[in-house]
Design a binder for this molecule. Structure first.
Ligand SMILES: Cc1cc2nc3c(=O)[nH]c(=O)nc-3n(C[C@H](O)[C@H](O)[C@H](O)COP(=O)(O)OP(=O)(O)OC[C@H]3O[C@@H](n4cnc5c(N)ncnc54)[C@H](O)[C@@H]3O)c2cc1C
Length: 487
C-alpha cells in the first residue's frame, strides 16, 4: 500500500468489533463524527504541500488547530506583507479543534481567586469580558469571511442532578455575582423552569448563561484554514516539527528559519523535544446518536440550540447538532501513560459505555436510539490548570495553550493576544492575567499517570456517592481530588 492509501485507511471510520456491541457505537475513531459529516480532508491538497527542504519566513506557527490558525489569521491582517508559515503534522484541524463538543463559551479554565491575587480583580473581569466578546468575534469573522459552521448562539444550560450538585450550582451563582456577573450573564432556573426548555431526567434545576454558541467544529476549523490560506499564509501539512529553538523550527522535512516561532500544539506539546512535561494531554471522548426525529425531540423538549452541561465533578457536555442528533462528551479514560495520544480518535469501548449510560440516564427517551459514532481527542493542561499566552521578544519564541476543556473561544482570544505581543502593540489584551511565565512542569512518570488516574477515580466515586445521597455537601473525595490535582 502506498503512503497515501495507508494513511487513508488509518483515517477511515473503523467499525466496532461486533463482540463489543453491548456498549458499542457503530463507528469508532476516524478522527470524529464532525469529519464523517463533511468528509476527511485529503492530506496536503494543492497549496498545502509538505515542507521541502529549508526555507525562511517572518513568522513560523507550529500546529494547525484553532490557536495556530487564528494566530495566522490575525497576523495576516495586522501584517499583510509578512511571510507566515503554518507547520502541521497531519492536516489543519486534525487535533482537538476538529473533534470537540462545539461549545463556544465564555468559560475560562483558570482559578479566578489565584489570578486576582497576582493581577487584581479588575484584570480577572477583563479576562471574562474578553472571552464573552470572543464568542461574538468568532461569529462576526465567520459571517465576514463566509465560513459556514452551523453557528447558533442560544446560550448554555448547566443542570444539577443531585442535592450536592444543586448546592454547588447555587454556590457557583453566588460566586458569579461576587465577581460582578449579573442576571444578564447567568441566572438560575428551577426544575419546572428548566423543564420548559429541556426535559432532563432527575434534574433539580439549572443555571442558564447566554454566553455560548454551538458550532460544528470541523466546519469551523476547516473553513478558517481555507480563509487563512486565501490570505496568503502558507500551510505545510504532513510536516512534523521535531524541535524548536530561537529562530528555527526543525521538522522531518527541513528547517524553517524565522525570527518569530510560535508553538500552538496544546495537547500535542509533549511530542516536541524538551517539552515532555510542560503540558498534560488530557483525554476527552464523545458519542453521537443517530438523528432523533421530530417526535423524540418533542418528548425531550430540546427545541433550541442551547448547549447542555452538568454540575458533576467528572462533568458531561452536549449539544443538539444541526442535523438533529445529540452529541455528548465526557472525560473517558483520562490520560495515557507517557503522554501518549490516541490513534486517530479511536476510544475505548468502556468509555463509549460510560457516555451512553449518561445519555440514557439524562434522556431515557433515547434508550432505543443508536449510537452512530464515538471518538476522542486530547486537550492541554498546564500544571496550575490555567491557560497561558507568552512571547519573549529576546528569543522570538512564543506559545499559547493549556485551555483545559474550553479552547474554542479561548483560542481566538489567545491568538489576538499573541499577535499584539508579537507585533509589539501595548493593548488591553497584552495586560490580561494569562500573559505570564511558565507554570512548573508536571511530575515524571509514573507519578503523572498515577496522579491523573487517581484524581479522576476520586471524582467519579464522589459523583456516585453524591448521586446516592441527600446531603448538600460536596463529597470529601472530590475535595481531595482538587488538592491532589492542584487545580
Ligand atoms: C473531545 C473534546 C471535546 C472538547 N470540547 C470542547 C468544547 O465543547 N468547547 C471548548 O471550548 N473546548 C473544547 N475542547 C477543547 C478544544 O477543542 C481545544 O482547546 C482547542 O481545539 C485547542 O486548539 P489548538 O489549536 O490549541 O490545539 P489542536 O486543535 O489540538 O491543534 C494542534 C495541532 O498541532 C498538530 N501537531 C501535533 N504535533 C505536531 C508536530 N510535532 N508538528 C506539527 N504539528 C503538530 C496537530 O495535528 C493539531 O492539528 C474539547 C476537546 C476535545 C478533545
Amino acid at each position: 500500500m502506498d503512503e497515501v492509501a495507508s494513511r487513508a485507511a488509518r483515517l477511515s471510520l473503523r467499525p466496532m468489533n461486533p463482540l463489543h456491541r453491548v456498549s458499542a457505537a457503530r463507528r469508532n475513531g476516524g478522527i470524529s463524527h464532525w469529519y464523517a459529516e463533511i468528509g476527511i480532508p485529503p492530506i496536503a491538497p494543492p497549496g498545502r504541500a509538505p515542507l521541502e527542504g529549508d526555507i525562511r519566513a517572518d513568522v513560523c506557527i507550529v500546529g494547525g488547530g484553532f490557536t495556530g490558525l487564528w494566530t495566522a489569521y490575525y497576523l495576516s491582517r495586522a501584517r499583510p506583507d509578512a511571510e507566515i508559515v503554518v507547520l502541521e503534522r497531519e492536516f489543519a484541524g486534525f487535533g482537538a479543534s476538529g473533534r470537540n463538543g462545539g461549545w463556544i463559551s465564555d468559560h475560562f479554565a483558570g482559578n479566578r481567586d489565584r489570578m486576582a491575587r497576582s493581577h487584581g480583580r479588575e484584570s480577572v473581569m477583563a479576562m471574562q469580558r474578553g472571552l464573552q466578546r470572543a464568542i461574538d468575534e468568532i461569529i462576526s469573522v465567520c459571517a465576514e469571511e463566509g465560513i459556514e459552521a452551523d453557528l447558533v448562539k442560544e446560550g448554555m444550560l448547566t443542570v444539577a442532578r443531585s442535592v450536592a450538585q444543586e448546592a454547588r450550582m447555587h454556590e457557583m451563582l453566588a460566586d458569579a455575582r461576587m465577581w460582578g456577573e449579573g442576571p444578564e450573564d447567568v441566572f438560575a432556573l428551577s426544575a419546572g423552569e428548566l423543564d420548559e426548555r429541556l426535559h432532563v431526567s432527575g434534574a433539580r434545576g439549572a443555571l442558564f448563561s447566554p454566553h455560548c454558541a454551538r458550532t460544528q467544529p470541523a466546519k469551523l476549523v476547516t473553513g478558517l484554514a481555507n480563509v487563512v490560506q486565501r490570505r496568503g499564509v502558507r500551510i505545510c501539512e504532513d510536516t512534523t516539527v521535531l524541535s524548536l529553538e530561537p529562530g528555527h523550527a526543525v521538522t522531518d522535512r527541513g528547517t524553517v528559519s524565522a525570527p518569530v516561532v510560535l508553538r500552538c500544539l496544546e495537547g500535542f506539546t509533549p511530542s516536541l523535544a524538551g517539552a515532555r512535561r510542560e503540558v498534560l494531554p488530557l483525554n476527552s471522548a464523545m458519542i453521537v446518536t443517530d438523528p432523533l426525529g421530530e417526535q423524540r425531540w418533542a418528548q425531550i423538549g430540546w427545541e433550541r440550540a442551547a448547549t447542555l452541561g452538568d454540575m458533576a465533578h467528572a462533568y458531561m457536555y452536549a449539544q443538539r447538532t444541526a442535523d438533529g442528533r445529540i452529541a455528548l462528551g465526557g472525560r473517558g479514560i483520562p490520560y495515557r501513560f507517557g503522554s501518549r495520544t490516541d490513534h486517530y480518535g479511536e476510544t475505548q469501548s468502556a468509555t463509549i459505555g460510560q457516555l451512553t449510560s449518561i445519555l440514557h440516564a439524562m434522556f431515557p427517551e433515547t434508550l432505543d436510539v443508536g449510537i452512530d459514532h464515538a471518538w476522542c481527542g486530547v486537550l492541554g493542561v498546564s500544571r496550575d490548570w490555567t491557560p497561558t499566552v507568552r512571547f519573549d521578544p529576546a528569543t522570538g519564541l512564543g506559545d499559547a495553550g493549556g485551555y483545559v476543556g474550553s479552547g474554542v473561544s479561548t483560542t481566538n482570544l489567545a491568538a489576538r493576544v499573541l499577535v499584539d505581543l508579537v507585533t509589539g502593540v501595548d493593548s488591553e489584551l497584552t495586560h490580561l492575567p494569562w500573559v505570564r511565565g511558565r507554570a512548573r512542569r508536571w511530575e515524571p512518570e509514573p507519578l503523572r499517570w498515577l496522579g491523573a488516574r487517581l484524581v479522576y477515580g476520586l471524582y467519579r466515586t464522589a459523583d456516585q456517592r453524591e448521586s446516592a445521597s441527600d446531603s448538600a455537601a460536596t463529597d470529601p473525595l472530590a475535595r481531595l481530588a482538587g488538592l491532589i490535582s492542584g487545580r
